[in-house]
Design a protein around this ligand. Structure first.
Ligand code: SAJ
Length: 426
């Protein structure tokens, strides 16, 4: 059997490697020739070291990078689906392109699987018409289905092998073809959805639920501040109830999934009200972090603030929709397009940014020493392990001020307070 994976982002590459390392011949196709060149050189660009060597193993055995889509028994589509802000809808350009590429090499008996996150109805309403031909009927000659990826960035390899999977096929033959493909690769269960549209809906429902739950935690955080209560200890206590599991508040919800995917659910009926409110609640958290800073240092005028951590969460390198980066932008002189609309900034003081993991070359990152040297305040924007290990005495000897804002709960507040810091948390 041969598999052709279309789209070698972090999911496509990990999926291709999974099949290849388990002994299947895999062709990895991507329209970005740099990606293919790097793979030919054995240098995948991924931030998780375990995943990187796993991909390298795959390249040494059964994974062949290709600049062109190839005929294969199974086509797995893992292309990006960004949000088109202008038209207020999912941008399915890459899915359609991938569908056309598949159609060009499709043969009777082949299986086509869509893994990208898409609005409900995409597999049957958009992909199926693109790949079907007069001599190739979907269902009759070709298996087609949707199975979403659900891995957590930062823990990709483990979740790829252990997460349950949802499979939605256009007919029973498609379901069993897709099930038999993934079954040997995962220790999780494979659940069959009624159809591809249900499977698409389930993926969006999962991410929307997390987004709404975080908005609830952030709402509690704002309320707890007003009551003078430590929200994290209150949430820990609340979670002792057998049916309560509140998530953690933070500086906002970043990444390319939670702030984006729930919007794919919108059908124009207004039924997404709760989801829309959650987006607004989470979207206001970076400003709240700035308010915490202002409370601590009175005025931002002529102050220097070091933002430590500008990836969208701890221990990843991805800066898309990052709350930490938005905080830096709100503070002043950081200019980079994060695909989130900004209405100007405070621009009164200056801000330095440091991140041990971010790889975005457009950002003017500085070393930790440069960031904190002479800083009036430090804000932690992402909970990297490196920050949990910082020595407060060392940081204190370099800073001018004593203010630390830790909305990501990464430092030991008591320890830093003992070293003379005024630590503010969410
Ligand atoms: N966050 C909080 N509080 C929390 C948890 C997260 O503020 O309690 C913030 C994070 O700091 C980050 C954002 O939310 O800014 C998103 O992080 P995340 O770790 O919750 O999720 P992602 O975006 O890295 O991955 C999600 C996962 N979805 C679910 O858990 C339902 C992952 O399993 C999906 O595969 C991924 O989206 C995706 O690709 O869709």
């Amino acid at each position: 059997m041969t598999i052709c994976v279309h789209g070698l982002g972090y999911i496509g590459l990990a999926t291709a490697s999974l099949f290849a390392n388990e002994g299947t011949d895999v062709i990895g196709f991507d329209v970005n020739e740099d990606v293919i060149d790097r793979l030919h050189e054995g240098e995948p660009k991924v931030s998780e070291s375990e995943l990187e060597s796993y991909i390298q193993d795959a390249l040494e055995c059964n994974l062949t990078p290709s600049r062109r889509p190839q005929p294969a028994d199974v086509h797995i589509i893992c292309v990006p689906t960004p949000y088109d802000e202008l038209n207020d809808e999912a941008d399915l350009t890459y899915v359609k392109d991938a569908g056309r590429n598949v159609a060009n090499v499709l043969r009777p008996g082949d299986t086509v699987i869509l893994e990208s996150t898409v609005p409900p109805g995409t597999t049957t309403g958009i992909l199926a018409p693109i790949i079907s031909r007069s001599d190739l009927n979907i269902g009759e000659h070709v298996h087609l289905g949707y199975t979403p990826e659900t891995v957590m960035p930062g823990n990709t390899l483990t979740e790829l092998r252990t997460n349950d999977r949802i499979v939605g096929g256009v007919d029973e033959a498609s379901v069993s073809a897709i099930k038999s493909l993934y079954e040997p690769l995962t220790t999780g269960e494979i659940h069959v959805a009624a159809d591809p549209t249900t499977a698409e809906f389930v993926k969006l429902a999962q991410n929307a639920e997390r987004n709404v739950s975080i908005a609830y935690a952030n709402t509690l955080a704002l309320l707890a501040e007003n009551y003078g209560i430590d929200v994290r200890s209150a949430i820990n206590l609340a979670n002792n109830h057998p049916r309560v599991d509140i998530l953690s508040p933070g500086p906002g919800v970043g990444g390319h999934c939670l702030p984006v995917d729930p919007r794919f659910l919108s059908d124009g009926s207004g039924a997404t009200e709760l989801i829309d409110i959650a987006n607004r609640v989470n979207g206001r958290m970076p400003e709240h972090v700035i308010r915490l800073l202002e409370d601590a240092i009175d005025s931002l005028e002529n102050k220097t603030v070091a933002v430590l951590g500008i990836t969208y969460k701890g221990n990843v390198s991805d800066t898309r929709n990052s709350p930490g980066l938005e905080i830096a932008q709100l503070l002043g002189n950081v200019t980079v397009d994060t695909r989130r609309a900004m209405d100007g900034g405070w621009n009164e003081g200056s801000v330095t940014i440091h991140d041990p993991r971010a790889t975005d070359s457009r950002l003017q990152l500085v070393t930790l020493d440069t960031a904190v040297n002479g800083a009036d305040a430090v804000i932690f924007g992402a909970a990297h392990d490196e920050f949990a290990e910082l020595n407060p005495a060392d940081i204190r000897s370099k800073m001018t001020g004593r203010t630390v804002i830790d909305p990501v709960d990464v430092i030991d507040v008591d320890h830093w307070t003992e070293h003379g810091f005024d630590v503010r948390t969410i």
